[in-house]
Design a protein around this ligand. Sequence first.
Ligand SMILES: NC(=O)c1ccc[n+]([C@@H]2O[C@H](COP(=O)([O-])OP(=O)(O)OC[C@H]3O[C@@H](n4cnc5c(N)ncnc54)[C@H](OP(=O)(O)O)[C@@H]3O)[C@@H](O)[C@H]2O)c1
Length: 257
Amino acid sequence: MVTGAASGLGFELALLLARDGYDLILADIDADKLQQAKENLASQYASEIQLIVKDLSKNNVAEQIFEATHGKPIDVLINNAGFGIFGTFSNTDWQREMDMLNLHVMTTTHLTKLVLKGMLERGEGRILNMSSLAAFQPGPLMSLYYASKAYILSFSEAIANELKGTGVTVTCLCPGQTNTSFQQVVSNGAEASNNKIKFNIGCPKEVAKYGYEAMLKGKVVAVPGKINRFLSRLPRFLPRRTSTAIIRKIQEKNRDH
Ligand SMILES: NC(=O)c1ccc[n+]([C@@H]2O[C@H](COP(=O)([O-])OP(=O)(O)OC[C@H]3O[C@@H](n4cnc5c(N)ncnc54)[C@H](OP(=O)(O)O)[C@@H]3O)[C@@H](O)[C@H]2O)c1
């Protein structure tokens, strides 16, 4: 099962699963885009593909998705759907922020809980949660996005530890900027604002492959790219206020605000 599978990293991860012979359950918000993704996958691989069109930011949606699978065993769960919001916290749109927090925090957590039960009964399973390089320090001008990705990292590391020896593994993928529609979707409430820093931008195919292989190995935290691995470790060696101030400068340069 892959959430946010109609485009970007979710679609690339679905391709890798199909290549390896998995049948797929793909969830996303946009029916047309999801159908296109299905046709694209079906033209290359023989997997059976079930589509679930849902807004994953809504209350109790994890339960509805789980019910729609009609008890099919889920061997791999990829909690990938997500989006970003840019702007000072005092000015950003609360409805959109609630949706983002629901999507990143509540739906990811609840879907993991629901799917985990069957995985534990079968004594095997792989969970891949999509976090970000944003998880490693506070992020002024994208405060809730950074905080929600830090939640995903912390949650994933904690349950990965609890699940040791059960046959179920949890991997948290933490990409840096990656060339998907995510960067255009990041908005300041009213208008989309494209990123301006074009340095060290990951290719979605390569990022997905790195995360997929890390998941198969049961690696807990996966940061794709040498520069990103360096950046993920840097906050450990700096006072927290310094790394926070650096992110503020980067965000100010990266987008209009
Ligand atoms: N690209 C980056 O720079 C980057 C870096 C680090 C982490 N990430 C993370 O990677 C994940 C995937 O993003 P991406 O880069 O592949 O971007 P993407 O191409 O925009 O893909 C995200 C997918 O999730 C879907 N989605 C968004 N909100 C949804 C909702 N409420 N319900 C159901 N589906 C929803 C989107 O649908 P619509 O397009 O129709 O809204 C889209 O198909 C996200 O969690 C993101 O935070 C991305």
